[in-house]
Design a binder for this molecule. Structure first.
Ligand code: NAP
Length: 425
């Protein structure tokens, strides 16, 4: 008697960069995927905005989302349309209809992951592709590290910003030149806001933090800063004192408090994470039993992201998909207030080049209990202007913000002070 291979029928809402790659890989790697899943993964239908747009794949298309969600033949809905509000409606309707959901949509999960978990109950939700594309970091946290308390994690979670910073560091380019290059190479969208303002990395950090700690924070609750104000002076200072500048997502657990933050960070050049260059992503996770583990790979791109989407589909086909473990809110865990976060800081000031200014700055720092660690002064070509670059010893966000506010009131400070946090651990 021959064993009859069954099908897992899939509907894809959004057949763009990632959706097309999912269809192609399912076709081109069909045999190996069937062997691993135990069933055929069959794309029944796709939903798009414009059905007349030329596409690299040939599947039945519709423009009505309900054609997929309410099709009794479709077992799994794959949401690859992006955006927050409509994608949330798609996810909600899918789960209410007791269909499994796979999504790559970090923006939607950053806001709605807990509501979706509640609606889903035992219905599987796969979201491996939502954080760092091809790197299996979700499965690492859900499965591989599940015996551990996660003490902390830090990662380069956005490839576009990492490419821009790498260009600035290696080729001495300013931010705008590096951004233009990223756009020309297709690494940055026409509107790259979420990549460069830290928003995209923030979305991903929140998803990881839910898995690691069960913390229900939203983007507006955490400290998020982007890379758009980094200058070549900052790169030069970092270089002089042995640091690279990276946009890091950082989570740290201390007792029952979790601090979550995304910002440009000066990090010692010899750290593994400082060596992750170009569009690549990397994450370090520290478990209380396993110690530090590191994950590196392509964080975006159609194929890498589709690879993660299909891994979720295979897990669902095997019937082994766990619930969204870790999305359960942990009642004992609190988000650390931003003002209490401790760090060392680098500060850049443009000042009037006249006597007494340094003393004024030193006095403000002292009043706020901040002490200087390293110092660099640079002449600027404009007459009577100097740049003062320095780093501080460890202090709080509260103290540094007060000091910056006080500095801004000085007539001798010529432009908005700029700070970058320094991560020594
Ligand atoms: N691209 C990556 O490298 C990457 C990496 C990780 C995660 N992701 C995530 O994956 C998701 C998809 O990204 P993508 O790059 O593939 O996006 P994309 O290329 O812009 O594709 C979006 C698709 O969704 C369709 N669509 C959009 N709004 C729709 C609507 N209201 N009704 C029906 N169809 C709609 C579009 O239709 P038309 O084709 O007709 O315009 C298009 O096919 C996003 O959540 C993104 O954040 C992407």
């Amino acid at each position: 008697m021959t064993h009859k291979i069954k099908n897992l029928n899939i509907g894809i809402i959004g057949v763009g960069t990632v959706g097309e790659s999912v269809v192609k890989i399912l076709e081109e790697n069909r045999e190996i995927i069937r062997a691993r899943a135990g069933v055929n993964l069959v794309v029944k239908k796709g939903v798009v905005k414009n059905p007349n747009k030329p596409r690299g794949v040939n599947i039945p298309l519709s423009t009505d989302i309900d054609d997929i969600i309410y099709d009794p033949q479709i077992d799994v809905v794959v949401e690859l349309m992006g955006g927050v509000d409509t994608a949330y409606i798609v996810a909600k309707k899918t789960l209410e209809h007791k269909k499994s959901l796979v999504t790559a949509n970090k923006a939607m999960l950053a806001y709605h992951r807990y509501e979706l978990q509640e609606i889903a109950g035992a219905t599987p939700i796969g979201f491996e592709a939502s954080v760092c594309g091809g790197i299996p970091i979700i499965k690492a946290l859900k499965d591989g590290l599940s015996a551990n308390h996660i003490l902390g994690l830090k990662g380069i979670l956005n490839g576009t910003s990492n490419y821009i910073l790498t260009q600035m560091i290696q080729n001495n380019q300013d931010f705008h030149t590096a951004l233009l290059k990223a756009q020309q190479l297709g690494y940055a969208e026409a509107d790259p806001s979420l990549d460069i303002n830290g928003g995209d990395a923030g979305h991903k950090l929140l998803i990881l933090a839910s898995l690691a700690y069960g913390i229900d924070a939203k983007p507006q609750d955490i400290l998020i800063e982007g890379i758009e104000s980094i200058s070549t002076d900052d790169i030069e200072f970092a270089n002089e004192f042995g640091y690279a500048i990276k946009l890091l997502g950082i989570a740290k657990k201390q007792n029952n408090e979790i601090e979550l933050r995304v910002h440009p960070t000066m990090i010692a050049k010899d750290k593994m994470i400082a060596k992750i260059e170009g569009v690549m992503n990397g994450i370090s996770v520290i478990g209380d039993r396993v110690g530090e583990t590191l994950y590196y790979g392509a964080g975006a791109g159609g194929e890498a992201t589709a690879s993660a989407v299909i891994s979720d589909l295979i897990e669902i086909a095997r019937g082994k998909s766990s619930l969204m473990l870790g999305f359960e809110r942990s009642p004992q865990i609190n988000l650390k207030p931003k003002a209490n976060i401790c760090s060392r800081y680098y500060i850049r000031l443009a000042v009037d080049d006249k006597s007494g200014v340094l003393a004024q700055i030193a006095s403000i720092l002292t009043q706020n209990a901040i002490s200087i660690s390293t110092f660099l002064q640079k002449e600027i070509k404009q007459k009577n202007t100097a740049k003062i670059l320095f780093s501080t010893h460890t202090t709080t966000e509260y103290a540094i913000k007060n000091a910056i506010d006080d500095l801004k009131k000085l007539d001798s400070i010529l432009s908005e002070p700029y700070l970058i946090r320094i991560e020594d651990e």
